[in-house]
Design a protein. Structure first.
Length: 201
């Protein structure tokens, strides 16, 4: 009897939450699938080829093509790619979570990613200090004093103090320290995503 009562209490709460415009739930973030996606597509595009000669039937847009990017020449494909990695692991984005979310569910703007993960997916952010709980499948937002949000990368391997990240624009697999030194990215926001993210809508 108590189980039945508890069930109906939960049902009533869910209905109430939907009615007033919010819902909170948790799920398991599949880091392995997210990293597998990041490694598969780090130097490729899961998108139709620009000239369509290859007949590729990709799932997402390629925002390295300025004419397709809402941000124009100021944009790139980095945050779009990291969104795809996260979606491969089960995380979903909506227009409530960021100022620019495309029709495929990808966040486009670098500055939107930290807030979306922190405010809607329970992530924690550590600035310029590598957190002890950093894991593969986490995200790092990079910038500098004259451009606070410049680049987004995805953690695919951690070997002691060495962090390997995958990214687009530039494409590939990089030692984080080398990447930040090369592009003078002095601001690093380490975004740790919990294994069971809390989703708030």
């Amino acid at each position: 009897m108590k189980k039945i009562i508890n069930y109906y209490k939960q049902l009533i709460f869910i209905c109430f939450a939907v009615h007033i415009g919010f819902i909170t739930f948790a799920f398991s973030y599949d880091r392995i699938k997210a990293v597998e996606y990041a490694n598969k597509w780090a130097i490729l595009r899961n998108a139709p080829a620009p000239d369509l000669v290859s007949g590729s039937k990709g799932l997402y847009y390629n925002y390295d093509i300025a004419s397709e990017n809402p941000l124009g020449n100021e944009g790139g494909d980095c945050t779009n790619f990291i969104s795809q990695c996260l979606m491969a692991g089960g995380i979903q984005f909506s227009s409530k979570q960021a100022s620019l979310v495309d029709s495929k569910g990808s966040i486009i703007r670098v500055a939107d990613m930290p807030g979306a993960l922190q405010n809607y997916h329970g992530a924690t952010i550590s600035v310029n200090t590598i957190p002890s709980n950093l894991k593969v499948g986490d995200v790092i937002s990079l910038g500098r004093s004259d451009d606070l949000y410049k680049h987004t990368v995805f953690v695919t391997e951690i070997m002691g103090n060495t962090i390997i990240v995958n990214s687009h624009t530039p494409d590939g697999r990089f030692n984080l320290a080398d990447l930040t030194n090369t592009y003078a990215l002095t601001i690093q926001r380490y975004i740790h995503i919990p294994d069971s993210p809390v989703i708030r809508e």
